[in-house]
Design a protein around this ligand. Structure first.
Ligand SMILES: C[S@@+](CC[C@H](N)C(=O)[O-])C[C@H]1O[C@@H](n2cnc3c(N)ncnc32)[C@H](O)[C@@H]1O
Length: 287
């Protein structure tokens, strides 16, 4: 039987320490200028530091495993991940719901950025709801690195782990954006309590909302499939999926659609949203 290597998360963590220098104020800054260049060329929300981490992860994938991203927006994170990496298949899922990413224009922008900056890589974009796509269309090969940057609610983050778990290799690296937000911490606590095999192995926390180095924080999780565990959606994930697909997802989509058509509603909507869940305070970050 052929022996395939697995994604070595410990090697990734060791190499991640070498990615950065300390800037004048003690902040981590990527040693390579390539990531800041991507940020300046491709519109988006992922910071240069985060791009450096994604790119390292992609570069360490074993030959028989692939990369998966949910929430591509205009392609910045995918362009960063693929820098100089051409081996794996890079799967991307985007539903063009948030931040005015609506309709054909959004798709055209994402396609153009990928064509201009990631043509060397095998990027396969699926347009659709990430939870529906991941739970219904298994990828042919194991996912060794998974980056989630889609919808940010506690339910969405619970599902982000749950729908991906069956697709992951026996050892996989999972990178979650906006992870310093309290709502993400809550979702991870709940998921990790119920599901063995998961651990948070690195926290690159932000010191406030939208910090220029780590945005709203990036956490690295390791998944090791327990021996004999079946590869299928857990019952609690199935139930959460129904809630997301029948109620929460459509409601959020409707809100973003209305705001796209009536931007004057945005300040009002912000006032109605529970602030604490998306607000980073000193006690939310450990580093
Ligand atoms: C924060 S942005 C992603 C930023 C991007 N990674 C970058 O580097 O700029 C979140 C994206 O997730 C998409 N999204 C939100 N919910 C989603 C879902 N359920 N399935 C797929 N994409 C989703 C939004 O349309 C939006 O483009």
């Amino acid at each position: 039987m052929p022996h395939f290597a697995i994604m070595d998360v410990d090697a990734f963590l060791r190499a991640a320490d070498e990615l950065f220098d300390r800037g004048p104020h003690g902040h981590l800054i990527p040693r390579s200028p390539a990531y800041a260049e991507v940020s300046s060329r491709v519109e988006g929300m992922t910071t240069a530091n985060e791009l450096a981490v994604l790119n390292l992860a992609a570069s360490l994938l074993p030959a028989d495993e692939d990369y998966l991203e949910v929430g591509s927006f205009k392609g910045r994170s995918m362009v960063g991940a693929t820098l100089g990496v051409s081996g794996p298949i890079f799967h991307a899922v985007e539903n063009y719901v948030e931040f005015g990413m609506q309709g054909a224009d959004a798709r055209a922008t994402l396609d153009r950025h990928l064509a201009e900056h990631a043509a060397h890589a095998d990027v396969r974009l699926v347009e659709g709801d990430g939870f529906a796509v991941l739970s219904t269309a298994p990828y042919p090969r194991d996912i060794g690195v998974y980056f989630y940057d889609g919808e940010h609610t506690s339910l969405a983050h619970y599902l982000a782990l749950g729908v991906a778990e069956p697709l992951l290799a026996d050892e996989a690296l999972v990178l979650i954006d906006d992870a310093t937000w309290p709502l993400v911490a809550r979702a991870h606590q709940a998921y990790l309590r119920r599901h063995p095999g998961w651990e948070i192995v690195r926290r690159w926390d932000s010191t406030g909302n939208d910090d220029p180095h780590w945005a709203n924080g990036l956490h690295a999780l390791r998944f090791r499939r327990p021996a004999g565990a079946p590869r299928r959606l857990h019952p609690d994930v199935r139930a959460a999926l129904i809630a997301q697909r029948r109620a929460v997802g459509p409601a959020r989509k409707a809100i973003w659609t209305i705001m796209h058509k009536a931007p004057w509603l945005v300040p009002l909507a912000k006032r109605l949203e529970p602030k604490r869940a998306h607000k980073i305070s000193p006690e939310d970050h450990a580093t």
